[in-house]
Design a protein around this ligand. Structure first.
Ligand code: MLT
Length: 234
């Protein structure tokens, strides 16, 4: 018993990121989306990415609402800004340390790959769900390491960086939700990111919310509907 608790604790600090992993919830009812790969059932895994000052616990209820059936991998950002965890360094509000962002993007992608081996989930069905700073690193992953997600839900994302060459995102599904009155992410930032994803061939949808930077229940429901709609083939 003690050994099992210790093994679980080891797993949670292994791989270089403090994180939570929740296995798929096979009993979650009628909306379960299962993928059959070589005769095996594979459930999607949500990669939850919190905002500045968040933790690996913050987004768990959101993930469970968006896809109650899915497994969850939720890391804590490793960069501290005045004690607040983030996924990469910034120089000031909205001005990113691009070298650190690139380094952290690769580091997080490697973590997801290693976690898929440790926990046995398929890298073919990983869906990122990010808010604010978490949405920005998810956008950076799509631009630099797109192989680790098949879809992404980005709440309040902005253009994290402009890659030298655009990736091929033709088989990626992206739901962006942005606030019309967001004081942190100007409207044109969300529009530029949307245009970048579109140019790269992604199946991207931009939902405008009558709100600021804070997340609303309405858009969480929209993200949930989008993910379970027939137009999203995960
Ligand atoms: C960022 O730094 O990623 C964005 O400005 C959003 C934030 O975390 O405040």
């Amino acid at each position: 018993m003690l050994r099992r608790v210790k093994q679980k604790m080891d797993k949670n600090t292994q791989l270089g990121f403090i994180h939570r992993f929740l296995p798929p919830n096979k009993a979650s009812g009628s909306r379960t989306r299962e993928h059959v790969t070589r005769g095996k059932q594979v459930f999607a895994t949500l990669l939850l990415l919190h905002g500045t000052g968040g933790s690996e616990e913050d987004m768990l209820p959101l993930g469970q609402q968006i896809a109650p059936e899915a497994a969850i991998l939720s890391p804590r950002g490793k960069v501290l800004e005045n004690g607040m965890p983030r996924f990469f360094r910034r120089l000031s509000e909205g001005v990113f340390d691009i070298e650190d962002l690139k380094f952290r993007t690769y580091e997080l992608a490697d973590f997801v790959e290693q976690a898929s081996k440790l926990y046995g989930f398929s890298l073919q069905h990983v869906i990122a769900v990010g808010y604010s700073n978490g949405a920005n690193i998810a956008a950076s992953e799509l631009l630099l390491r797109p192989e680790i997600f098949s879809a992404a839900i980005l709440f309040r994302a902005m253009v994290p960086l402009e890659p030298d060459t655009l990736p091929d995102l033709t088989n990626k599904y992206i739901f962006m939700s942005s606030g019309l009155y967001d004081p942190i992410v100007p409207k044109q930032q969300a529009e530029r990111l949307f245009a970048l994803f579109k140019k790269a061939g992604a199946k991207v949808l931009l939902n405008w919310q009558d709100s600021g930077h804070e997340l609303t229940m309405k858009e969480v429901q929209k993200a949930e509907e989008w993910m379970h709609s027939d137009s999203v083939n995960l």
